[in-house]
Ligand binder design. Structure first.
Ligand SMILES: Nc1ncnc2c1ncn2[C@@H]1O[C@H](COP(=O)(O)OP(=O)(O)OP(=O)(O)O)[C@@H](O)[C@H]1O
Ligand SMILES: [Mg+2]
Length: 241
């Protein structure tokens, strides 16, 4: 059985999709078989992997019986992915669990990229997950929404959440333009698992299809996060720019 992890945040635009791809590629670099499942109707994963033109079927087509799972699962950059349908169209959490039950034997990890907010999309993204990574950037609004997302996930039965602080920049924290790391952990009440630094080469990752590439300062943080997700004891990295 694969390990299944939902990546959520509450507030939008904090780096969920970047983290899903970065963690997925880091796990794959260590030899794991990884499936990314997009739960954002705006469909970002295929775009950020540079595979938008390859998508014919999405997971909604599999759920509705219009194609087999193997027709919808594509490979790109060392990971497999399932694109999100344009609408959830009455899909239930049980249908998502059934879908994942059909495909998970071929994978070591299945990562669910949740949309922004705490509505239906989050419920579906969390339906088959055992654990959650809650992403927050170090600002007050984001921290509050991460806290709400973690509470919502617990209601959905995802009991184990870990916090990922994304876009941490030492200079902004020093200038008090951002919360410091301890404040973020206190405000969310969620145990920290990784700090991903602000990385200017990630800002254009969507255009260039490049997350977790050699030479990016965030790459080591993704590789370390992958090890921690696999249960290895790796010290937290405070590599800020
Ligand atoms: N550590 C980082 N350093 C610099 N830029 C980043 C970092 N993480 C993410 N970004 C950039 O922030 C933007 C938003 O990232 P992303 O799309 O992953 O967020 P999201 O939470 O998935 O958004 P949405 O809620 O819309 O799904 C992107 O332009 C991405 O390249
Ligand atoms: Mg996203």
């Amino acid at each position: 059985m694969a390990r299944k992890i939902v990546v959520a945040s509450g507030k939008g635009g904090v780096g969920k999709t970047t983290l899903t791809i970065g963690l997925g590629k880091a796990l794959a670099a260590g030899g794991a078989r990884v499936l990314l499942v997009d739960f954002d109707n705006l469909r970002a994963i295929d775009l950020m992997l540079g595979a938008a033109g390859n998508v014919v079927f999405d997971w909604g087509d599999v759920v509705q019986g219009r194609c087999a799972p193997e027709d919808a699962i594509l490979q790109q950059q060392g990971v497999s992915f399932l694109a999100c349908p344009p609408s959830y169209d009455g899909v239930t959490p049980q249908q998502v669990r059934d879908l994942i039950g059909r495909v998970e034997a071929a994978f070591d990890y299945v990562l669910f990229d949740a949309p922004a907010g705490i509505g239906t999309g989050l419920q579906l993204a969390a339906a088959a997950a055992q654990r959650a990574l809650v992403v927050a950037t170090p600002d007050l609004v984001c921290v509050r929404s991460a806290c709400r997302a973690a509470q919502e996930l617990e209601k959905q039965g995802v009991k184990s959440s870990r916090l990922v602080i994304n876009r941490a920049a030492r200079r902004d924290i020093r200038r008090r333009q951002m919360l410091n790391i301890d404040d973020v952990i206190d405000a969310t009440g969620v145990q920290l698992i990784a700090i991903i630094p602000e990385d200017k080469r990630l800002r254009s990752a969507g255009m260039e299809g490049g997350v977790c590439l050699p030479g990016q300062i965030s790459r080591e943080a993704f590789l370390n996060l992958a090890k921690r997700v696999q249960g290895k004891n790796v010290p937290l990295m405070y590599l800020f720019v």
